[in-house]
Design a protein around this ligand. Structure first.
Ligand code: CUA
Length: 162
């Protein structure tokens, strides 16, 4: 018995996308993780959530120069602010943010740089970004954390090199 050709066409119309879609997703994953350097932040240590403010390095939040052009920022998020909320670095600086939350879940997002992490109470997140162009790079909390979530922000000021 002969089956009509349209049956094969219907089968093909389902088979091809079901192969093409996962392959497309895999390619997108490879491009973003290896090409664009986008990846999940790892767990870089833990601190007692209730004692973040007394625990090193978060007892002295702020900017630290590690070497020429290399900086570390120890940053905490708490309702509803970041400490520090203003960071000044010269253009070309490579900045590693070591960050955590002192209370609830917050986010730390710099739209102008490759920085987008969740700040979980007591879990230390670490993310590095390079700031080549002078200007202001605002950062925001992008995890809803309560009534004044929308005012939780700060900025990285990248100064031109003299
Ligand atoms: Cu902190 Cu939203």
């Amino acid at each position: 018995m002969r089956r009509p050709t349209t049956v094969y066409l219907y089968e093909l119309a389902w088979i091809l996308p079901s192969v093409a879609i996962p392959v497309g997703m895999l390619v997108a994953l490879m491009v973003t993780s290896f090409g664009a350097g986008i990846h999940l932040p790892g767990d870089h240590g833990r601190v007692e959530p209730a004692k973040v403010a007394e625990t090193a390095p978060f007892d002295k939040p702020g900017l630290l120069e590690l070497g020429p052009g290399r900086y570390e920022v120890r940053l905490t998020g708490q309702i509803w602010s970041f400490t520090p909320n203003e960071i000044r670095v010269p253009a070309g600086a490579t900045v590693t943010f070591v960050a955590t939350s002192r209370d609830v879940v917050h986010g730390f997002f710099i739209p102008g740089a490759n920085v987008n992490v969740m700040l979980l109470p007591g879990q230390v997140s670490r993310v590095t970004a390079r700031f080549d162009r002078p200007g202001e790079y605002p950062y925001f909390c992008h995890e809803y954390c309560g009534i004044a979530h929308h005012i939780m922000w700060g900025k990285v000021i990248v100064e031109p090199r003299s």
